[in-house]
Write a protein that binds this ligand. Structure first.
Ligand code: HEC
Length: 166
């Protein structure tokens, strides 16, 4: 038994060394995949940014932006009127109100919508943005601008992110 002990010790050391080497290898692969993963995400994001930027001047994009503001509010524009809280209208009504708002600036909503949208707009939004959508002399954003302020901000952000990734 005494004679075999050194051999057992050597075997244990060997197994430990092998195990360690294998583990280090795995670690290496892991960092490697991580770098790849990060690169992948970055290119992926840039593609999304580019896609979004190519849509930004469409009426559909503006409509979706208005719907988002109605449902989630807005606090990025720094207006006398303060921030706009979320949920002045229900999610169900948001779409037709967005269509009506879009048409206040002469744009065209491609989907047909209920005519009562005008009444909804005037009673819910008109108090702050004006029945004509022009923002009551700068108190609230003018919704008839050819490009809404939040969209201008988003466009600048997207261009900046794309430029940084090049
Ligand atoms: C209590 C006043 C108030 C009401 C009611 C209100 N808003 Fe606003 N709205 C604001 C203010 C103030 C802002 C600017 C907020 C900010 O700083 O981001 C704003 C921002 C917006 C924006 C972004 C404008 C831009 O140029 O990017 C849209 C779109 C908008 N409102 C649509 C609506 C619609 C549609 C309704 C009705 C469902 C409505 N708002 C109801 C006060 C109001």
């Amino acid at each position: 038994m005494k004679k075999t002990l050194p051999y057992i010790a050597i075997i244990i050391v060997l197994i430990y060394a092998l195990y360690n080497a294998k583990f280090r290898d795995l670690k290496k692969i892991d960092t490697h995949t991580n770098i790849h993963y990060k690169e992948h995400i970055e290119t992926h994001k840039t593609t999304h940014y580019e896609d979004e930027l190519s849509q930004i001047n469409t009426d559909e994009y503006t409509k979706q932006y208005i719907i988002r503001v109605i449902n989630h509010g807005s606090n990025i524009l720094d207006f006398k009127g303060g921030v706009m809280e979320a949920g002045f209208a229900s999610v169900d009504d948001a779409e037709k109100i967005a269509c009506y708002t879009l048409e206040l600036s002469g744009k065209k909503c491609k989907d047909s919508y209920e005519k009562n949208a005008a009444m909804f707009y005037t009673s819910i939004c008109g108090g702050c943005h004006g029945d004509d959508g022009k923002g009551l002399g700068g108190t609230c954003p003018n919704l008839t601008k050819s490009k809404l302020l939040g969209i201008v901000k988003r466009e600048n952000f997207l261009k900046d992110m794309i430029q940084r990734s090049q």
